[in-house]
Every structure is written in structure tokens, then in C-alpha cells.
Design a protein around this ligand. Sequence first.
Ligand code: NDP
Length: 328
Amino acid sequence: MPTFKAIVITKGEGGTSAALTDFDEQDLMEGDVTFRVEWSTVNYKDGLAVTGKAPVVRRFPMIAGIDGAGTVEASGHPDWKPGDKVILNGWGCGETHLGTYAERARVKGDWLVPLPDGLTARDAMAIGTAGYTAMLAVMALEHKGIKPDAGPVLVTGAAGGVGSIAVALLSGLGFTVIASTGRPQEAGYLEELGANQVIDRAELGGQVRPLAKERWAAAVDCVGSSTLANVLSMTRYGGSVAACGLAAGMDLPGSVAPFILRGVSLLGIDSVMAPSYLRKQAWNRLQAGLDRQKLARITSETNLAGVIEAGRRIVDGQIRGRVVVKIG
Ligand code: NDP
């Protein structure tokens, strides 16, 4: 029976463990499209999965990897034929459905998005769920009427994957961008991406007041917890905050004061189950609007054998920007 290389997570008495191994093709799960994964990427959630730091994986054995880009090999779905270039983000891949750190993936055709002309599969994975989430956040702010003349936009967790791309996208759209980071050594990197001001994340991590001095018109938050609560308390009257992440925690220890006294809106961003039309819109805007030189600057590369170490590093907050994974 044919096999292919994959990062497989298994569960034993001591917990979960991940290893690069051969996977039996006959054990692929159901789906009407099989595609050759050519590139993948390392997202924060992938780090949680391969390290077992959070119960992201809900089926064992599991092939890790939530993002993939590659070429259709077989299809029973009307939208796809062999040779088509596709992108896959989320939908439970690497969590409940076998994922993309593998030479082959079988999924529902409805989950796939066409690779936009002008993007390579490697570019698509340099963007990955992180970049597509950053775009969803920017689109949510735009939908609330936030325009560059409204005032500065804050990005927290700015040196990470979602944050780096959010900074580049917002700057490209003409916004004044304030980047919050715990890594002052990355100030130059963030300025090159388009940040107009870099602040220390400690400014946002302290005790939360119901309302504080108004500092920004909007924010893209990757951090959650007291950071998000402080960001809300410092958002200008009528502003909006797109909540994407939980790098500091899932709690939200704030008050309703920003909502009821300043009309601030909290916008939830979910990439995993986002509907197809929104994904296509986000990917087309990324193709058209993301500066490729900036994308190249934030991207580093590894291979399947390097994924587990990269996963450890992202969970420890040591990865700058994005990591692409060359498969095969
Ligand atoms: P990264 O690890 O690349 O970036 C997270 C960044 O958050 C770090 O680089 C760091 O930025 C900051 N950070 C980490 N730990 C802390 C802490 N304890 N306190 C304050 N800041 C911290 O991850 P991603 O960019 O890929 O993902 C960011 C978040 O978004 C994650 O929580 C992830 O799960 C979530 N996410 C959500 C999605 C959705 O659909 N809603 C999709 C994709 C990601 P710095 O060093 O600059 O301070």
C-alpha cells in the first residue's frame, strides 16, 4: 500500500507526541478532492498541536497542519479538476480532519479556495491562516467604517505572524499604524513593514481601568486577556477592535465601559469556519494588496523535519513573522 511522509500526532499514557513518519494512503479520511501538498506553514495553533500545549487535536492519530497549498490530483467535486492550484485554511484540518503536514491531503472540495493568479503556492503559505486572518480583521474594521483619517490603528503581538501582516496591510492601505511588541529589538523590522510608532507591550499589560486615555481609532488584537481589555479602554469614541488571538490568554478581564460610554465595538474574527465567499474576498485582496517585498522580508523557510522545532519556538513567542514549510 502506498505511503507518504507526514507529521503524525499520537496519544499515549504520557500525553501526545508528534513525529515525522510514513502514513498509509488508505488511512486518509473521506473527502472528494485529493491534492498534493507542496507548501504549508507554521501557525500558532500548529505549535500548540505539535507540542501538545493545548488540546487542539481532537482525533488520534492526527496529521498536524492547518494550512496547505498545492495541486489537485483527483477530484469528484464539480469545481475542481486534476492540475488545479488550491489553498486550504482551517475547517478543522489538523484538529478533527487529517491535516497538511503531509505530502497528500484529502478534503471536501467546498473547503478549497483557488490560488489567485499572481500568487505562488509558497506565497500563499507565507501568508497562511495568519495573513488571511489579518486580512479578515482589516476587512471587519473597514466594514465598521474605519478609514485612515479616523486616526491611528494599533496592532498587538505585532512581531508575530498575524501582527506582521496586519501591520503591512494597514500601512499599505494608508493607515497610521502603532505596533505593540514585547521585543524592542524588532522595532526596525516593524518600521520596515510600515509601523509609524512602536510601543512596548508592557504599556498594555497592566491593571485594566474601565476607561483610559483615548489613543487609537481601531485595533487588531492578537493577544487577548488584559491586553485586549486595556486596548478597549484606550480606544477612541466610536472606534472598533478586531479580536483575533489569545497569545496571552483566553480571558477578558475588562468592563463594559468602552462599549456603553464610548460606543466602542468589539469585532470577533474567526478564520476556521469563515464562509467561502469571505475567504475568496480575503485572498483576492491579499493578492492585490500585500507588498511581496514585505512578505519576503517576514518569511523564513523550513521543511517537514523542521516543523516540530518551529512549533516549539512559535509557542515560546520566538518566531518573527512567518515560517513556510516545503513539503516533499
Ligand atoms: P505568533 O506566535 O506568530 O504571534 C503571537 C505574538 O503575540 C507573539 O509574536 C508576541 O508578539 C505576542 N505574544 C506572545 N505571547 C504574549 C504574551 N504572553 N503577552 C503579550 N503578547 C504576547 O502567532 P500568530 O500571529 O500566528 O497568532 C496570533 C494569535 O492569533 C494566536 O493566539 C493565534 O491562536 C490566533 N489566531 C487566531 C485566528 C482566528 O481565526 N481568530 C487565526 C490565526 C491565529 P510580540 O513579540 O510582538 O510581543
